[in-house]
Design a protein around this ligand. Structure first.
Ligand code: ZN
Length: 267
């Protein structure tokens, strides 16, 4: 009799728990591809950049498993100039549009709510670039200096209230890369939000080319646009670290989630 009471107790408890779980089912499964991404890279760029680009394509391919999104990869940006609006986000891997046609299409796309994730040399510009809009868009000046050779770096989150950094440690070590300092720093721009920077404790930073000081932001967003820039992107070690991979995933998810056509992750 006592045993029967126990069995009944467990049956009822189990049933109640199942019903409660059913009321608040904790997952939502995508039924169809929800958005598109365009990945652009230059196969003729320096070897260490192309190494990164190819690994980045594999990284984003894995993020698309189950057709959570569709993506195209191109080495010819101009070919897509007339249909950038089809994409929730354009991911530039060490590449920027070079032609007047490609630049105009990209400006138009970004000025009308387009999404952008730029890695490493996709933000590089100097006096010879001749594209003033790019500086307005990036929210920084021109390339100033870099560490060499690529090496790991201690970085610090400048805020953990932002969706991109909220799941990251306050400080962590990122895999080896070449990092750029800018002049003027993006921090000087009112609408720029710096998310991650090289820790000042890294100075002197480098072996051959040594950065001895200065403001060193490496991940930021210009709030005038739906964009994020990540300075990582040199060599074949950028995807070996779970924390940095999480940063990249957060950045991707955040840019896409703010698509003016709607947040695909809410559907
Ligand atoms: Zn580089």
């Amino acid at each position: 009799m006592k045993n029967l009471r126990f069995i009944l107790f467990f049956l009822i408890t189990g049933l109640t728990l199942t019903m409660q779980a059913g009321d608040n089912y904790p997952a939502r499964y995508a039924r169809a591809p929800r958005f598109r991404a365009l990945i652009y890279f230059e196969p003729g760029a320096e070897e260490a950049h192309v190494q990164f680009d190819r690994q980045a394509i594999t990284f984003f391919h894995k993020l698309s498993y189950g057709e959570g999104f569709l993506y195209d990869v191109t080495t010819n940006f101009d070919e897509y100039a007339g249909r950038l609006g089809d994409y929730s986000v354009i991911i530039m891997l060490n590449a920027l549009p070079g032609s007047a046609k490609g630049r105009a299409a990209f400006e138009q796309y970004m000025e009308h709510g387009g999404g952008w994730i730029g890695f490493h040399a996709s933000g590089y510009n100097d006096r010879s670039t001749g594209w003033p809009w790019l500086n307005k868009f990036l929210g920084c000046g021109t390339f100033l200096c870099n560490n060499w050779p690529p090496q790991p770096a201690l970085v610090r989150c400048e805020t953990r209230r932002h969706p991109v950094t909220r799941t990251l440690p306050r400080e962590f070590v990122v895999p080896a890369s070449e990092f750029y300092e800018w002049s003027p720093s993006p921090r000087k721009q009112r609408n720029v939000k710096v998310l991650l920077s090289i820790s000042p404790r890294m100075y002197p930073f480098g072996i051959k080319d040594i950065v001895t000081g200065g403001d060193f932001p490496i991940v930021w967003t210009n709030r005038d646009y739906r964009m994020i820039y990540l300075n990582m992107g040199h060599g074949d070690e950028s995807f070996i670290d779970a924390t940095q991979n999480l940063l990249f995933t957060n950045a991707f998810r955040w840019v896409v989630s703010r698509d003016p056509k709607g947040n695909p992750f809410d559907k």
